[in-house]
Ligand binder design. Sequence first.
Ligand SMILES: [Fe+2]
Ligand SMILES: [Fe+2]
Length: 152
Amino acid sequence: MDIYAKLKEDHDKIKQLMEKIGKTSTGATSTRKKLFMQLKNELFAHAKVEEAVFYTSIQSHHNLKEDVLEAFNEHRMIAMLLDELDTIPKGNDQWLAKFHFLKELVEHHVEDEEKEVFPKAEQILSDKKAEELGELMVQREQAVVEALRPLQ
Ligand SMILES: [Fe+2]
Ligand SMILES: [Fe+2]
């Protein structure tokens, strides 16, 4: 699997998980909490490994400098919102409003990546390199998700 297919697979998984969370009722706090923890860890792992494996491989190209800075900034905003959402009680209406804000931000972010950054990266990375990065992304991300999984 090349890096683009791997990143898209993650994006789809994250979008599905966000849809599911958006449909939880305010009374179903334990379901919401469990799904949110999963989202937090997967999104964190995705963003960090995407930075280390994908973005660092393309960041020195003049055509991509702005895109890389924008992506890193959005990753930071996403991480801040995830932390905030973690501290707000899950049965609170404010939680759902903030969650929808995060959902829109993430959807916009992955659309930018898929429609603007990937086509530019395809011009720079060879097919062989894209395959290698895809494999590396799978391995590293698995290790991070595993490391973040709570013991109980
Ligand atoms: Fe990203
Ligand atoms: Fe991404």
